[in-house]
Design a binder for this molecule. Structure first.
Ligand SMILES: Nc1nc2c(c(=O)[nH]1)N[C@H]1C(S)=C(S)[C@@H](COP(=O)(O)O)O[C@H]1N2
Ligand SMILES: [Mo]
Length: 210
């Protein structure tokens, strides 16, 4: 197997978005800030903002674990140019969440909120794309703590920073607003196949003002 010093194998990268290579070495989990502790009795998950009935929704850990589940296999693309092919995720699909907590008619975007205020904005149609999961499991096992336990978002067609780990809430929005990295120079939409890495690449109208 031809492998470069950086531990990437770019021989068979035709299935990958441009500028990406398969990472073959085990990698350190990537995130900003510390790994939060999971306290099941304190944990909840919320849907808030512009819901159809203008109320907000809250699930305890036991309630969330009882929602209908599904799985999806997808490739994961980090903006740092490595990809992890064929990750098997399981959890609650975004479609299932939206069925349980319907958005109002004017909702165009969502903000995914993690612990400690980490956030990422998504177009509603990107959030509802096939394969988007609120995942509790990866490759058949509960998520390791550093990979988002007990719950993370997975949005395979967007760069990895949109896949919020330690997910605690989804906010329905009637206008776009930048999340954590989108305010700090990264692309508002972050579609990996069109290589939307940085905010300076945004066309007029692709995002709210910086
Ligand atoms: N809460 C939170 N989620 C996060 C991040 C973060 O810093 N905080 N980093 C993102 C980035 S840049 C990537 S590439 C992936 C990495 O996921 P992994 O550690 O499971 O490989 O998590 C994403 N989700
Ligand atoms: Mo990343």
């Amino acid at each position: 197997m031809s492998e470069s010093a950086e531990g990437v194998d770019d021989r068979d990268d035709r299935r990958l978005p441009p500028g990406q290579a398969v990472r073959t070495t085990r990698h350190r989990a990537l995130h900003y800030g510390p790994v939060p502790a999971f306290r099941p009795e304190k944990w909840d998950f919320r849907v808030m903002g512009a819901t159809a009935d203008l109320g907000s929704y809250r699930w305890t850990w036991d309630e969330f674990a009882a929602l209908p589940r599904s799985g999806a296999v997808s490739d994961f693309h980090c903006v740092m140019r490595f990809s992890i092919p064929g990750v098997a995720w399981a959890g609650v699909s975004s479609a299932e969440l939206v069925a349980a907590a319907p958005p109002g008619p004017d909702v165009t975007h969502v903000m995914a909120w993690g612990e400690y205020g980490y956030s990422a904005n998504l177009r509603l149609d990107d959030f509802l794309r096939e394969g988007v999961l609120l995942a509790t499991h990866r490759d058949g096992a509960p998520l390791p703590a550093e990979n988002g336990h007990p719950l993370r978002l997975v949005v395979p067609h967007l760069y990895g920073w949109k896949s919020v780990k330690w997910l605690r809430a989804v906010e329905y929005m009637t206008a776009d607003r930048r999340g954590f990295w989108e305010e700090r120079g990264y692309h508002n939409r972050a579609e990996a196949w069109s290589e939307q890495r940085f905010s300076h690449q945004e066309e007029a109208g692709q995002g709210p003002p910086l």
